[in-house]
Write a protein that binds this ligand. Structure first.
Ligand code: PAF
Length: 280
């Protein structure tokens, strides 16, 4: 596997790629887990034997707000590179320094509206950081396909809008949430949970499963689906528990079309998210 450290090295590598070979790309912030690896395996499958799989590993500072966990975000580059190689990755872009992507930068990419709800409300500026870095990486890598996880459903919706609005070319593919054996959605941040918080965090998948059971049993009012969230997610500190229209991400009171139940809850100070798509 080739490891590239600078923007210039990526540009030179990209210029040397043969025309016609599928280039599949998975952007990450590292501390790779099975969720990331499922995206890389899908990238390998889509690229085929003649194609190329590229990833980036970059903890993007502009998507963290003041007081958020940028400094505590877990990192393990050597471990990540070994896992990526085993998953069939050909090229990893691991910028030596944020300046490789941000030096002299004056441009921000912002998708209006979709960031008003869910994580956007409690993390102002977060999605602007995400769209800006993904647009920068897209311009460097110029993938045929880029693969993202559906755990970050709002991120994926916003990136799809940006991709269409800016005519970036290629395709965006979303992949299902990968879960631990007890149901907790895989996340690099799970590594920051102490044992008691890790055990308590099982309340999230338990609650999501209950919401799905109620939905499958015919419940359509949001109150019937999530009205008891506060009790069910104890002792977690709720950032939000909402049911929104799956396309516009706007809160709804009754499910009549595709909807998303999305939660963000802190356990032991670690902010965890999860979601379930509910299709009537
Ligand atoms: O989902 C992530 O890991 C990040 O938000 C992304 C898309 C790599 C941008 O930094």
């Amino acid at each position: 596997m080739i490891v590239l450290r600078t923007r210039d090295a990526v540009l030179a590598w990209r210029q040397g790629l043969a025309d016609g070979a599928t280039l599949a790309f998975v952007p990450t912030m590292g501390f790779l887990h099975e969720g990331h690896l499922s995206l890389m395996r899908e990238a390998r499958r889509r690229a085929g034997d003649d194609g190329v799989v590229a990833i980036s590993i970059f903890v993007n500072p502009t998507q963290f707000g003041p007081g958020e966990d940028l400094d505590r975000y877990p990192r393990d580059e050597a471990g990540d590179l070994a896992k990526a190689a085993a998953a069939g990755v050909d090229v990893a872009f691991c910028p030596a320094d944020p300046a490789e992507l941000y030096a002299r930068s004056r441009t921000w990419v912002e998708v209006e509206g979709l960031d008003r709800h869910l994580c956007g409300r409690s993390r102002p500026g977060h999605f602007r950081g995400v769209t800006t870095i993904v647009a920068k990486l897209w311009g460097l890598i110029r993938p045929d396909v880029a693969i993202f996880g559906e755990k970050d459903f709002q991120q994926l919706a916003i990136l799809r809008r940006m991709h269409a609005d800016l005519n970036l070319g290629g395709e965006i593919v979303g992949m299902p949430i990968v879960r631990e054996t007890d149901g907790l959605a895989m996340s690099s941040r799970n590594a920051n949970l102490d044992p008691a918080s890790r055990a308590a965090a099982r309340a999230i998948p338990g609650f999501m499963a209950e919401v799905r059971r109620r939905f499958d049993g015919g419940a359509r009012s949001v109150d019937a689906l999530i009205g008891d969230a506060r009790d069910a997610l104890e002792p977690g500190v709720i950032d939000y528990v909402e049911v929104v229209d799956a396309e516009l991400l706007e809160p709804i009171a009754e499910i009549t079309g595709p909807a998303l139940c999305a939660v963000a809850v802190r356990f032991g100070g670690v902010r965890l998210i999860d979601n379930a798509l509910l299709r009537p």
